[in-house]
Structures are given as C-alpha cells and as structure tokens.
Design a protein. Structure first.
Length: 821
C-alpha cells in the first residue's frame, strides 16, 4: 500500500524549465552556461523520461494486479529510431518543451539532432517490430518486447570513392538516456556441456542438462509510450556479462589474463548485430545470441512477470510468445526443457502447454533466407535442446505416417530435420509444428507460403495458416516525419486520424478541391527543401527541389532490383548523350537512393559502387543541363527515412514478383503522398487495390508468369539481343564509361545480368521503361498528379500498424485491450 506513485510533474513551461535545469545541474553536473549540446540533450531526455515515469509505474502496477493476457514479442531486432521526438509526442509535451527551451535560448531541433538512433536492426523486420510495439502501447494492449541490446548496431556506412566502407556503430558512446539497466535482476543463461541420465526422487529415470559454461543476461528496460493514453509498455533488451563463477574458476588457477579473456568471450555474445539480411551465415555466435535472449526472456517471464505460485498449466491463457521470424524459435525446445526437466512434467503435458504458447511470423520467401542449424553445431551448444527437437520430430513423424501411410517421401520432406547437405534443424518447420498459427506479412506472401514454401504443412494443418498484412505507425511516419502534411490533414478532418488512420478517407473529397491541392503541393515542395537542407549540411550535396523526387530506399539486394532502376537512369543518359533524346523534353528528376549492403555480399557492394559511379558521371555532365541527377546519401537509416520519404513524389517498389514478402517502405511513401511505380509483389498488391489502378504505375511479370518463364528456361541474353536501348545501356556500363574507361570494374555486374540475372531484371526492363513514360506523362499534369497523391494518402489508412495489431489480436492472440484505469 506504500506504492503511491511519485508526484506528477508540473506540466507547465515553468515547471518544465525547472525540471530541465535540475537535470542539467544534478544529472549532468554542469550549469547552463557550460553545458554542451550533448549535456543539454541528455538532461532533456531525462526530463521527458520523468514525465512518462508515473505512467510507466502505473502500467506495471495495473498489469501485475489484473494479470491480463499479454503479448511477448520475441525479436532479435528492434529498429527503434530516435526516441526523443516520439516521447515528446506521446506525452503531449511538444509545445511546452519547445517554448521552455527557447526561453533558455536553446533550439529544440539542435537537441533532436544530437540523438544517435539505436540501430538495433537490419531493415524491414526490425522496423516492423518497433512499429508493432508502438501500436500495442497506443491501443492499450499489454505487451512486452524482448530482444538484444547490441553494443554495436547496424554498421555506419561510408563511401570511399563510391565504394561502401563499414564503420562500427558506437551508438552508446555519448550515453544512452532512454534505458534503465537492472544488473540486480540478471539471469543466468547456460551453454554447452552434456546431457546426463539420473534417477529422480520419485524413482523415475530422467534426463537433464549439465551445462559447460554460462553467462549472465542483464536486462535493460526501455519505455514504450502509447500516444497520449497514459500507458507505457516495456521493451526489455538483454546484455551479456561474464558470470562471477565463470572467472572465479580461472582466477583460482592464477591465470589473470585468461580470466579477462573469458570475460571478453562472454560479453561478445551481445557485442554486435549481424548485418546479414536474408542470407544466414550459420555462425555459432548468432545461435548463441538467439538462445541467449530467448532463454533470458522465458525465464524472466516465468519467474518475474508471472505472480508467485502461478500454475504453468494456465500459461496459454496468460501469454502469447510471438516469434518474429525463425530467429527466436529455439524458445520452443527451451520451454519444453523448463517444463520437463526443471518442473518434472510429463512430456505430453509439457507439449500440450508449449504448443499453445507460440505463434510464428515468416518474413521471407527466399529459400536461402530460411534458417537451418547443423545438428553438430546445435548439439555442441545446446545438447539437451537437440534431444528435445529430435523427440518433437519423432512424435511429429509418427503422426504424419498415420495420416500418410503410403507417402514416406512426403513424411521425409516434412521432417524438422533435414538430411542434406548436412543434417540440420529446419527452424521454420519447428515453428510451424509447434506454433498455434503461422502468418505471412501480406496477402500474396501468405498465399505463396501456403502454396509453395510450406505447402505440405498447409495441407496438414489447414487452420494454422493465416495472413496479417504489415503496417507502419502513423505517429512516427506521418505525424512526426511530416508535420506540415499532418497540420493540413488535421485542419481538414480533425486530429483523430493519428490513432484511427481509416479517418484519412475523409480527405477523399478534398482531392477535388483545387485550393487543398495547391496547399498539398506546397507542402511537398517544402519537404523537398527540408531534405535538400539536410543533405547540404550533412554531405554537402546539392539537390534541386524543383524536380520530381524519384526515391528507392531499402536494403541492397538483387531481388529488390536496384539495378533495374539503374538501367533506367543509364538508358536515359545514353539516349541524351548519343543525341537520340532531346534533354529539353526529359522530365527533370532527382533519383535518390539509400541502401546498405551486407558486408560479405560482394555483388551488392559492386552495385553500390556502380550507382555512385553513374551518379558522379551524370551529375557532372553539362549535357544534362542539371535536369537529371542522382543522390545517394550514405548511411540510410530511420532518421534519414523520416525526412526523405515525405519529400518523395515517386516511390520505387520494383522487386521481382513473388520475392518481396511485404515491404513497409511502400506504405510509408503512400501515406506521405507519393505515387508508386511497382510490380505486383508483396503489399504493393494491396496498395494498388486500395488506391486504384489509375493512381498506381504497375509493370512487370506477375508471380505465375515468373514461374512459367523460369520453368521454360530463362535466357537474359535474349533480351539484350532484341532490345536496342537495353543493349546500349548495358554496353555503356561495360565500356567503362562510368569507370574512367576501366572495363573490368563493373564487368561482374554486367555479366551477371547477361548470363544469370536470377531476378529477371532484363525480362522486366522494357515494361519498366514504359511505366516510367507513363509516370512522366502523369507528372506533366500537376493537378492530376496531386489528385492521385491526395488519394494515396486518403486511401492508405489500412496500412496503419494499429490495423495490423487488430488483425493479430483477432486472428492469433485473442488478447483484449486493457482500458486505462
Ligand atoms: C541472416 C538471416 C536473416 C534472414 C531473414 C536475417 C533477416 C531476415 C529477415 C526475414 C529479412 C527481412 O527483414 N524481411 C523483411 O521483413 C519485412 C517485414 O515483414 C517485409 O516487409 C519485407 O518484405 C521482408 O523482406
């Protein structure tokens, strides 16, 4: 009863100023006259944090009291982006803070820019996790996010002569005001060793794990504030630390240097985020990371979040563990191990509970992106878990043989254990067998999962498979990223859209309102000036706001086809410089790219080199009269996305049909009034259906056409032979025109396209060029273009991650919101 919350902070300008100065003096140990920008930022962040604290404590207290069903979102990545603005928005402090700081002569924007974003994710999957926890908090759904506190996030990308060079992302260097470490609540996570048989007290012979080594998992809590609703959920990220026992044994042997080495070894587990996106490297440390955070999270949930004496038979009524791709799937055998080995349950009881607690989201269609762990590696690191997986598989195969007595081939196809090329655990199969539900992330993707990737499983478990189309948080990606457009929308339809994005449909009639369109255009231009300023200060790059902004931002991957975009640019350049196209008739465009390549993905890094080389050539060539230019700011991240996307006219979503699971950038562009040029892939399908064909530039092969073409035998060189402009573009690259005459530099890209072209860029080239011609024609009529842009916003409400969360709740979790007290 002594738990009355601390006094609510005074929500006035004066009150804020007092709190801020106190933080500066007592938290940072400086006075205002000596405070650096970083001092001011840290003090500011802590002040804002204080205003959210009452809500956080209250949320935790109520959750403990109600014991309502929660979601535990297990994800190896949370790509949060900057926290300050979001915290200000959620707490409704924006105006007070802006005024208070300015009364002290401090510019809020300067402090905002002092924040280093936590880049604890690679791309779509990690950013999706961040959007989802934002939505759950805003919708009053109890949720705890569990993940990894990487000491180094996604690498900092720099360009040296146009080539990507990676630098460590030391995001914690200047202090990290948003986290709350709890070393006292550390939990032990075991690895290695062996399994032994023993006779338990009840006389039964059991098996148990005798680990070889262990580390400590220290939780760091982050606030996840709902939008102006008083709820603050928790994100708990785990950091690895050496155990005392660990070094003690070595210390006792007198080897100090060895003890320190051991410490470093333990702490390596959370040292760095693996920058591979979609090609698993099968690295032992990666499996260590996965088990590390999952084991700590399950233990934390069972021992700390659940009340004392909770009967674990009721676990499925209390929790949903959502598996964000296969990265946390080792949680399944871990829960079995806890129930069977530690709690002494029967196998069948344990399975009956475990198989009701997990659901699995798949985020890919590329076969090479599906994780498999060789059994020798898994067995060395987690011997008991491997046994448990074998036993799960034995039971599963026995079931299958009952169902398909004459189809041993099928049974083997479905085995959780693959035999070739090495014996290995298929994590997606394990998740499908043990999960209550399996979902894809857009309609087409879920369909392809059912029909192709997991077809045998969807026949065996027809009811397990479902779809939840991705979404993005309108708070960060419209309200914060695009204040000018947000102001216009609110003026037109009120501010309810921020938490009910379907309300954007109220803008439909305004597409016909010339004055509204004029203001809409003015805002787009304003946003172009804003990004132009950012690029000028950050890179010294000049862009012309009076051009069409044609933007392609996403990880660099062959299937996403940045090279197709590049072929369009090179083709235009080739036509102008060879005199076949009058530059005066070309729509002025700024082509913007943003993309990081996995450091080991050599072809992707070459493509980055080529984009920069083409950019350099085009930007310097007076023949183009400044009408075409290429910008490729290094180190594309959430922060840059927030200023670049609102400035875009054209959104490039040009993956080969059937390869992009969903895409979420596509949704952010739509909601900020860009038109899409895109293939029939991922969520593009739903975007086009919602906005209508007249307002979307569709091109390219469909997924069934791709399959047909590949089955018949795809020969990219045939397109080169028969399409003159394609040939000229490729020849120009091969000639060394972008590499000072050196023909060798980009030869691998050209020959890959001519002889392999795994993702059919050449097959879609002409269709893409034709679609770009339609873009030019549409852009030539600003009123019509703006009408389409307004309709993209008005019809984009479906892509709120609030809607995604509603779908997860209805189809998978069945967790009702808990209304505020
Ligand atoms: C290294 C192993 C590995 C494998 C797959 C790492 C990361 C992955 C992810 C599944 C890749 C990823 O981020 N997928 C993207 O997920 C987004 C959110 O659902 C989708 O919008 C994208 O289409 C999908 O590529």
């Amino acid at each position: 009863e002594n738990s009355t919350p601390i006094a609510t902070r005074e929500r006035t300008v004066d009150g804020f100023v007092r709190e801020f100065l106190r933080e500066l003096n007592f938290g940072q140990g400086v006075d205002l006259s000596r405070a650096s920008v970083n001092d001011q930022y840290l003090a500011m962040a802590r002040t804002v944090r204080h205003y959210l604290m009452v809500r956080w404590l209250e949320t935790l207290r109520r959750q403990g009291e109600l014991q309502a069903k929660s979601v535990a979102y297990l994800s190896a990545e949370f790509l949060l982006g900057r926290q300050l603005d979001n915290a200000l928005l959620a707490s409704g402090l924006e105006d007070i803070v802006e005024e208070g700081l300015s009364s002290l002569g401090i510019d809020l924007a300067t402090l905002r820019d002092a924040e280093v974003e936590p880049g604890l994710g690679n791309g779509g999957l990690g950013r999706l996790a961040a959007c989802f926890i934002d939505s759950l908090a805003t919708m009053n759904v109890p949720c705890i996010g569990y993940g990894i506190r990487y000491e180094y996030g996604i690498f900092q990308q720099t360009f040296v002569d146009g080539w990507q060079v990676e630098k460590p992302d030391d995001w914690l260097a200047l202090g990290s005001p948003w986290e709350f470490p709890h070393p006292e609540a550390a939990v032990r996570v075991n690895f290695g060793g062996s399994v032994e048989q023993y006779q338990a007290d009840d006389g039964v012979v059991r098996r148990r794990w005798v680990p070889g080594w262990s580390v400590l998992a220290v939780p760091y809590n982050y606030m996840v504030p709902g939008f102006e609703n008083g709820r603050v959920n928790t994100l708990r990220l785990w950091s690895a630390q050496a155990t005392h026992a660990f070094d003690l044994a070595i210390f006792n042997s007198g080897d100090y240097a060895e003890a320190v080495r051991a410490q470093t070894f333990a702490e390596n587990i959370t040292k760095v985020l693996y920058p591979e996106d979609s090609t698993p490297q099968g690295k032992e440390l990666r499996l260590q990371q996965q088990y590390f955070f999952v084991a700590a999270s399950l233990k934390n949930f069972i021992d700390e979040v659940l009340p004392e004496g909770f009967d674990l038979h009721n676990l499925p009524d209390r929790i949903n563990f959502q598996l964000n791709d296969t990265h946390p799937v080792i949680a399944i055998p871990e829960l079995m191990r806890i129930l069977v080995d530690e709690k002494g349950w029967d196998w069948d009881d344990a399975w009956s509970v475990t198989s009701k607690c997990f659901a699995y989201t798949c985020h890919t269609l590329l076969p090479e992106a599906l994780e498999v762990w060789p059994v020798d590696l898994l067995g060395r690191l987690l011997p008991r878990h491997l046994e448990i997986i074998y036993r799960i598989n034995d039971a599963f195969l026995a079931e299958l043989r009952q169902e398909y007595p004459d189809d041993e081939l099928r049974v083997r196809r479905m085995s959780i254990i693959a035999e070739y090329p090495v014996r290995a655990v298929r994590m997606a199969y394990l998740a499908t067998v043990a999960g209550t539900k399996v979902n894809g992330v857009a309609e087409l993707h879920s369909q392809l999962l059912r029909d192709k990737v997991l077809n045998d499983f969807s026949e065996y478990y027809p009811d397990k498979f479902t779809n939840v189309t991705n979404g993005v948080t309108p708070r960060r990606f419209v309200r914060l990223a695009n204040p000018a457009l947000s102001g216009l929308i609110t003026e037109a339809i009120g501010d309810g859209w921020v938490t009910d994005l379907d309300k954007l449909s109220g803008l439909e009639p305004l597409a016909e309102d010339a004055e509204f369109r004029r203001r809409f255009r003015e805002i787009k231009l304003h946003n172009k000036h804003r990004i132009a300023d950012v690029l000028a200060t950050r890179d010294g790059t000049v862009v012309n706001p009076d051009t069409m902004f044609d933007v392609m931002v996403k990880r660099l991957h062959e299937y996403k086809r940045q090279t197709l975009k590049l072929l369009h640019i090179v083709s235009l350049y080739e036509q102008v410089t060879s005199g076949r196209l009058d530059i005066g008739s070309v729509t002025p465009r700024t082509f913007a790219f943003g993309a990081k390549a996995a450091p080991g993905y050599l072809l992707a890094k070459q493509i980055i080199g080529l984009i920069n080389a083409v950019g350099r050539t085009i930007n310097e060539d007076p023949a183009l009269e400044g009408r075409l230019s290429v910008v490729f700011p290094a180190n594309y991240n959430v922060t840059l996305a927030e200023t670049l996307i609102p400035a875009a006219d054209l959104s490039e979503q040009i993956s080969l049909a059937g390869k992009e699971a969903s895409g979420t950038g596509n949704m952010k562009f739509m909601l900020n009034g860009a038109l899409t040029i895109g293939t029939d892939d991922g969520a593009n399908v739903e975007i086009r259906r919602l906005v209508g064909d007249e307002h979307f530039f569709l091109f390219g092969l469909t997924e069934p056409e791709v399959e047909q073409l590949v089955d018949r035998g795809y020969h990219p060189s045939a397109y080169y032979e028969t399409n003159a402009s394609l040939r000229r573009a490729l020849d120009l690259i091969a000639s060394g025109a972008f590499s000072n005459g050196d023909r060798a530099v980009f030869e691998p890209i050209v020959s890959n396209l001519l002889h392999e072209d795994r993702f059919l860029a050449l097959a879609d080239f002409q269709a893409y060029i034709d679609a770009q011609a339609r873009v030019d024609a549409a852009y030539a009529d600003p009123e019509q273009w703006t009408r389409s842009a307004v309709l993209n916003v008005a019809r984009g409400g479906f892509f709120s991650s609030d809607r995604s969360m509603r779908d997860y709740i209805d189809r998978i979790w069945h967790t009702p919101p808990v209304p505020p007290a």
